[in-house]
Design a protein around this ligand. Structure first.
Ligand SMILES: NC(=O)c1ccc[n+]([C@@H]2O[C@H](COP(=O)([O-])OP(=O)(O)OC[C@H]3O[C@@H](n4cnc5c(N)ncnc54)[C@H](O)[C@@H]3O)[C@@H](O)[C@H]2O)c1
Length: 334
């Protein structure tokens, strides 16, 4: 099988590359290395079935180069992370809307199938007990750039759906809920790697707002195989599937657990949103997935516990092994 991956040098993309190469695929990646890194691909560079093109999804020729001859495409390239979206709204919109249109168009011409990585952000401020794929989207003001990521991903889904309805493009959509694991960077606002790094360095863990906002974190090692299985299921075409964790936790409790688990002496500091972000910021109080649709299609069940996720992220943090893993409260199964 020949597979093309946009955004393959990123956090999730690089795990997907490894997974597919191990399964025997020939894999071509297109990435502009904006938030992605070649370091993420160091385990596969030189592999005879791996090809890398540095370029942007806004460049149709570059997209054609990686899509040519592919049986399937995973479209993961996007401007990701609250900080990046808020600080670079225009570039982010162009990448996340126009870039996706370029990719869908190229894939339609090539005859491949495609899986689009969307996000739980599209549900916005909907705090339901369990968000199904049909749940309403409740977004804040269009003048707040914080919402442009959700708006753009919603347009991406609409584009994908229209290509399916009008041209029969075999396109499936997955909505990821806070996927976490090794190689994710905390630089652009991702909470788990940021808090783990602070705990390892003995710095205060900065929790934004009152810390009572909740999330359900999922592990990249659970999500990647599910993404692949969904891409291989024709029933998924024209449909969207939630993929998220099953354990709801407040960010304050998460910070406390990280400190305890890593044996850190760090304090936990609450930081008002106005200080954490440059403009009027809104957060979601709660975000809980209903995974029953993806369970029904491909048997998706998140298996990795939050403690295992935290330890895997900590074990990946190389710049400063300040704390001795021997002090960690539990150890990773090998
Ligand atoms: N990590 C999560 O919790 C999460 C949640 C929901 C959705 N997603 C989606 O999953 C996908 C992957 O996210 P990630 O967490 O791995 O983030 P990431 O930032 O690590 O990966 C995005 C990749 O896209 C690349 N990229 C950005 N703009 C590009 C462009 N114009 N052309 C080519 N490449 C470009 C980046 O260099 C990076 O390698 C994204 O589409 C994101 O929206 C992730």
């Amino acid at each position: 099988m020949k597979t093309a991956i946009t955004g393959g040098a990123g956090f999730i993309g690089s795990h997907l590359v490894e997974h597919l190469l191990a399964a025997g695929d020939e894999v071509a990646v297109l990435d502009n290395l904006s938030t992605g890194r070649l370091e993420n691909l160091k385990g596969v560079i030189g592999h005879r079935n791996f090809h890398f093109v540095e370029g942007t999804i806004l460049d149709r020729d570059a997209v054609d180069r990686v899509v040519a001859g592919a049986d399937r495409v995973f479209h993961l390239a996007a401007a990701v992370g609250v900080n990046l979206i808020v600080d670079h709204p225009l570039e982010s919109l162009r990448t996340n809307i126009h870039g996706t249109e370029v990719v869908l168009d190229a894939v339609l011409e090539s005859g491949a199938s495609i899986l689009l990585a969307s996000t739980s952000e599209i549900y916005g401020k909907n705090t339901s007990d369990s968000l199904s794929e049909e749940a309403d989207r409740i977004l804040g003001s269009a003048l707040k750039s914080r919402w442009t990521y959700a708006a753009a991903k919603g347009i991406d889904e609409a584009f994908a759906h229209a290509y399916w309805r009008q041209f029969g493009l075999p396109v499936a959509i997955v909505r990821l809920f806070n996927t976490v694991g090794p190689r994710q960077t905390g630089r652009y606002g991702m909470v788990v790697p940021r808090l783990v790094r602070q705990a390892l360095l003995g710095e205060p863990l900065t929790v934004y707002g009152d810390g009572h906002q909740t999330r359900c974190f999922s592990y990249v090692g659970d999500i990647v195989p599910a993404i692949v299985r969904i891409s291989e299921e024709p029933l998924a075409y024209g449909n969207a599937y939630n993929l998220g964790g099953s354990y709801e936790i407040s960010i304050l409790t998460l910070a406390e657990r990280i400190v305890e688990l890593l044996g850190s002496g760090s304090a936990i500091t609450l930081v008002p949103y106005e200080q954490a972000y440059s403009e009027g910021y809104e957060d979601m109080r709660r975000r809980v997935p209903d995974n029953s649709k993806s369970f029904g299609l491909v048997g998706f069940e998140p298996k990795t516990t939050l403690d295992e996720i935290i330890l895997n992220v900590a074990a990946d943090y190389k710049p400063a092994k300040v704390l001795d893993p021997a002090r960690w409260k539990i150890t990773l199964a090998s």
